[in-house]
Design a binder for this molecule. Structure first.
Ligand SMILES: *Cc1c(COP(=O)(O)O)cnc(C)c1O
Length: 429
């Protein structure tokens, strides 16, 4: 009679408590009910008080109805593929939220007629790359390459250098992707040297296009030679340039990184790129180039299977039109400012009794881009044993373990997240 564990409130009564009812409106009934049942079980086991069931259930609820958790990227890898590549700007996130409901993505509000899908996004791309006669957006850069192969080289040959048979990551290889379309790959040259004459000897009536792939995630140094787009553009067949990381114009900080504008000016008939690497936008594949070829791609039957949704179109347009997105802010962040942030955070943590120092560090672009580029940076340095607790903290903080130390690199943490980083570190150590 006296044991309060016998008097666990009923699940339906608990779910009617205002904080849990509010949570169910955001998260759905099933998630909240599971948290309530778990809390009831803990009360039954005597692990928590009967009075604490609601509070405990609320504390264990996930922040959203998705299992994807926001993470602080303190790895020093600016475009971290496993952490979702480019973080969207606040402006892109606002655009996604606004477009998330019904939106005029394919509708002209003035005339009440159907309109070109994503026209605002296409106009923004054309404004940034005026050298392109036409632009198109697909699901990702791999899809852009796939569409080129399907539409321009069906049953024909794609001529490419043996030095550019690139594996993107996670076992995905560009030559295998292209071969899967039924196009034949005509490999020319060698791993380290391929000349314009090698391409010229292979080009013929069966050539669909010549493909230049930027070897974005590795460097070939020493006795090397590669033919430029300008030379290949004289061979009488379209040159498709996969520039990879999505710089649309040259960036003086990344002098070896190809960009769409330069590739088009050199004579590329089409340029393909990712939108979620150096451009700092949502996952998408960008295609720039000759109007007739872009039209062929757009009208190809498979184009529909590769098209992007309204959320991507919204985020991409806002990335192009809005303030500098986080990826580019991170790449261009001033070293002195990074060191100042590291020193301030270390001092504040020191006052709270946390054993941490501010150190210099080296960040990288990542995402299979700019492999030789080192970005001098500043980091918080903790004993390596803290890495796991930080990773499983709320919010999770993912650092870099290096020579027995856990480094939290500030180049990849937006300054506005310093407070959250500080609290997470203080709680974990
Ligand atoms: C990243 C990359 C790709 C693949 O792009 P996704 O947008 O991930 O499909 C293709 N080619 C190059 C050169 C790349 O760097």
């Amino acid at each position: 009679m006296g044991d309060p564990r016998r008097h666990i409130p009923r699940t339906d009564l608990l779910l009617a408590e205002p904080p849990l009812a509010d949570a169910a409106r955001v998260l759905g009934q099933a998630l909240v009910k599971a948290a309530v049942v778990a809390a009831q079980n803990r009360a039954r086991a005597g692990e928590i008080g009967v009075d604490a069931i609601v509070e405990h259930a609320i504390a264990t609820l996930p922040p959203t109805a998705s299992t994807l958790r926001p993470v602080l990227n303190a790895t020093g890898v600016v475009v971290h593929t496993n952490l979702g590549r480019a973080p969207l700007s606040a402006s892109a996130l606002d655009a996604v939220r606004a477009a998330g409901g019904n939106t005029d993505v394919e509708f002209d509000l003035a005339t009440g007629q159907r309109a070109r899908r994503g026209r605002g996004t296409l106009a923004a791309l054309a404004d940034v790359v005026p050298d392109a006669e036409a632009v198109h957006v697909v699901n990702n850069n791999a899809a852009a390459l796939l569409l080129c192969a399907l539409a321009l080289a069906d049953g024909r040959e794609i001529v490419l250098s043996r030095g550019e048979l690139v594996e993107i990551g996670d076992g995905f290889r560009i030559p295998e992707l292209l071969a899967a379309t039924g196009a034949r790959l005509r490999e020319v040259g060698t791993t380290n040297r391929t000349t314009a004459a090698d391409y010229a000897a292979a080009v013929g009536p069966d050539t669909g296009f010549v493909l230049k792939v930027h070897p974005s995630n590795f460097l070939v140094t020493g006795f090397t030679a590669a033919a430029g787009i300008a030379e290949l553009a004289t061979l009488g067949v379209p040159v498709v340039a996969d520039i990879g990381s999505g710089l649309l114009r040259p960036d003086p900080l990344l002098p070896d990184e190809p960009d769409a504008t330069t590739a088009l000016r050199a004579g590329a008939a089409l340029v393909t790129a990712s939108a979620d690497k150096l451009l700092g936008g949502p996952q998408a594949g960008l295609l720039f180039g000759r109007r007739d070829l872009v039209e062929l791609l757009r009208r190809h039957p498979t184009a529909r299977a590769l098209r992007v949704d309204k959320l991507t179109l919204a985020a991409l347009e806002a990335t192009l039109r809005g303030p500098v997105p986080p990826v580019r802010r991170a790449i261009h962040a001033d070293l002195a400012a990074l060191r100042t942030r590291a020193t301030r955070l270390a001092e504040e943590l020191g006052r709270r009794g946390v054993e941490v120092t501010a150190v210099d560090s080296v960040a990288v672009v990542g995402g299979g881009g700019a492999p030789g580029v080192e970005l001098p940076s500043a980091a918080l340095c903790l004993p390596a044993r803290h890495a796991e607790r930080l990773r499983t903290a709320d919010p999770p903080v993912v650092g870099r373990v290096e020579r027995g130390r856990c480094l939290l690199d500030l180049r990849t943490v937006p300054p506005e997240d310093d407070g959250r980083l500080l609290e997470a570190v203080a709680r974990c150590t």
